[in-house]
Design a protein around this ligand. Structure first.
Ligand SMILES: [Zn+2]
Length: 365
């Protein structure tokens, strides 16, 4: 692994490495960009480049070896979802009194602390920032610099104010990365004390090229589909669960077809019967609703003469047939009814019932 493995945004990465070369990387950096654009990956790569024990150069700029003990330990944090799940599980195993006092962190290197949003509110809490304050003024033990990575920009108010105090006078041997889908969520005073670096989403063609290399198990049609559904985010594209998306889409199409053709509902009921209560049923239903939205949107694109925006490119022919039998009013009605199903889910109505109601409500006279 090296910076060459970072996909897209090469200009931004180049500038950051130039700053590293001149030891001018600011102590607080906001990495802004859509989910999956590589904010976390880049923060880890920069952490390695800062702390690599046998640093190299590529293209005349600082890089990291990926093999020294600092690089290796930082790399262990790469699978953030898995590390986060482990931390949640460890907390669940605590006695209730301790659980309440315990905040979530991901730490695979003693000098590199990763601060994820803390469930159930999924926000950064003041006790998490306190942990940063407790350590940041001590020189690092094994790294050259202490690194802190906040993986989300949703801060509780008190937490944001505490962070602000750190940013007013950070020690010279610490670097703080703030990852933000929407940097506007951060306090203006936090933004003004940080350098904001924006990562752009990649064009679909570039994501397709990336997938050709990293997901050879998908064919060209599948890669085109995933590239469009993940909206330019390579991270999201690479780990996209194509099997469950396609399964949900088949069922979503059955529901739409049943609504439009109306004659016989046995297929529809076969589908909706499989949606039941419980956590698993909830995920499955949410997945289905998202997929229904994406299909309705594609139908709207087709009807408005912008087929190039269609995301479900692999079933264009089928979508065109469907689009011919609906108009804008119907699509708008369907979207409204979907929102009703979502509200019903929140009230915990029997899911299959509200799905049946959704489909029958869309029938055309
Ligand atoms: Zn190294």
């Amino acid at each position: 692994m090296s910076f060459a493995d970072f996909h897209g945004n090469s200009g931004v990465v180049h500038r950051l490495r130039e700053m590293l070369a001149r030891h001018h990387l600011p102590q607080a950096v906001i990495l802004a960009g859509p989910s999956g654009s590589g904010k976390y990956t880049l923060a880890l790569m920069l952490s390695k480049a800062i702390n690599c024990l046998s640093p190299s150069t590529t293209d005349g700029l600082p890089d990291f070896c990926g093999k020294c003990s600092n690089c290796l330990r930082i790399t262990q944090s790469e699978d953030l979802e898995a590390r986060f799940a482990e931390a949640v599980e460890a907390r669940e195993a605590l006695r209730e009194a301790d659980r309440k006092e315990t905040r979530l962190f991901v730490q695979t290197h003693p000098d590199v602390l990763i601060i994820p949003p803390d469930p159930p509110q999924m926000m950064i809490k003041v006790d998490q920032v306190r942990r940063v304050i407790e350590s940041i003024y001590f020189r690092p033990g094994e790294a050259k610099e202490r690194v802190y990575i906040f993986t989300d920009s949703a801060f509780m108010k008190e937490a944001a104010n505490s962070l602000l105090k750190v940013l007013e006078e950070p020690p010279e041997f610490a670097t703080i990365f703030l990852l933000a889908e929407n940097p506007g969520e951060l306090l203006p005073t936090i933004r003004s004390r940080s350098m904001i670096v924006s990562l752009a989403a990649l064009p679909a063609e570039q994501v397709e090229k990336y997938l050709a290399k990293h997901r050879p198990d998908w064919n060209a049609k599948q890669r085109a589909l995933v590239a469009r559904l993940s909206e330019g985010a390579v991270g999201r594209a690479r780990s996209f669960d194509l099997a469950s998306y396609t399964a949900a889409r088949t069922q979503a199409l059955t529901i739409l077809n049943s609504a439009l053709r109306a004659a016989d509902h046995s297929e529809l009921f076969k589908v909706t019967e499989t949606y039941r209560a419980g956590a698993e049923g909830r995920d499955k239903t949410e997945n289905l609703l998202r997929t229904l939205y994406s299909l309705l949107q594609d139908l709207a694109f087709l009807n408005s003469g912008t087929p190039e925006l269609v995301r479900n490119t692999d079933i264009q022919a089928e979508l065109k047939r469907l689009a011919e039998s609906v108009d804008f009013a119907w699509i708008a009605l369907a979207a409204d009814r979907l929102a009703e199903v979502e509200r019903g889910m929140r009230r915990n109505l029997l899911r299959s019932l509200s799905l049946d109601a959704f489909a029958t409500a869309l029938e055309r006279g």
